[in-house]
Design a protein around this ligand. Structure first.
Ligand SMILES: [Zn+2]
Length: 267
């Protein structure tokens, strides 16, 4: 058995965390190895956001090194399939998600698109490029953002259909394009999100959205049925797992729809 040569960024090359600094001036003394994620969690617990930023940059660099050492050559040699690549894409994306939040909170948001451009080649695959597109589109959705720019950016991900695998792209697509879709297509997209992610918050948000869609076209019966499903699911789970902030907000909104529907069907 041959030992695979460890891929490492060169000393004076840009750091893989996309800070814009050279590797020697950035992540190399902080690489976490198998303690990946630990320093970030500790820093977040103590609300040390600056330290969390350094830690999560090192996590991005560490994961990129692993990917380029292991998965990328194996993939190129045809030794592993897309499943492994997907694991890498999702894992690296989670660290980039931390990074994104920290850039926002630390007032570095304007730098974020340039960081994303630099992160593009950390994984050389279409699945990763689409993640970068997602983050770039998402950048324009925030407060004071430009939804038209977000739409233009999202278009670079290629066609998004009811068979889409990337639930983040799908959610953003529904948020940005839903109004332009015919009713049936809108429902298909909402169903696809629910198929890919059965987290309670997702069910609240997207099955709730389905109910609202039926309500809007005057199909009160289906709307009520959808809402009943969501509300009984919530009632069954809250004993073990109380609603979190955002869930509470969606739930209250759905309950008000439910009351309106109740009134409509009674009279
Ligand atoms: Zn770095």
């Amino acid at each position: 058995m041959t030992t695979r040569r460890r891929w490492k960024p060169r000393w004076s090359e840009p750091c893989p965390c996309a800070s814009g600094k050279k590797f020697k001036d950035c992540c190399w003394p902080r690489l976490p190895d198998f303690d990946i994620g630990k320093a970030y969690t500790a820093a977040m617990k103590n609300r040390h956001l600056d330290r969390a930023l350094l830690a999560t940059r090192a996590d991005v660099t560490q994961y990129t090194i692993w990917h380029k050492t292991n998965t990328a050559p194996a993939l190129a040699a045809g030794a592993v399939g897309l499943r492994l690549l997907r694991i890498d894409v999702n894992a690296l994306n989670a660290y980039v998600g931390h990074l994104s939040w920290l850039y926002f909170r630390l007032g570095l948001w304007e730098e974020w698109p340039a960081v994303l451009d630099r992160l593009r080649n950390n994984i050389q695959h279409q699945l990763w490029y689409r993640k970068i597109v997602y983050h770039k589109a998402f950048y324009h959705v925030g407060p004071g953002g430009d939804r038209e720019k977000a739409r233009q950016e999202l278009a670079k991900a290629g066609p998004i259909t009811k068979n889409e695998e990337d639930v983040e792209l799908l959610r953003l697509y529904v948020d940005l394009q839903s109004d332009d879709l015919p009713f049936a297509a809108r429902i298909e997209m909402l169903d696809r999100i629910l198929e890919l992610d059965d987290d309670r918050e997702t069910v609240l948000q997207y099955q709730g959205a389905k109910a609202v869609q039926y309500f809007m076209i005057g199909d009160a019966q289906t709307a009520e049925q959808q809402l009943n499903d969501v509300i009984s699911m919530v009632q069954l789970t809250t004993a073990d797992q109380p609603l979190k902030g955002y869930e509470k907000h969606i739930y209250c909104r759905l309950c008000s729809y439910w009351e309106v529907l109740g009134v409509t069907s009674r009279y």
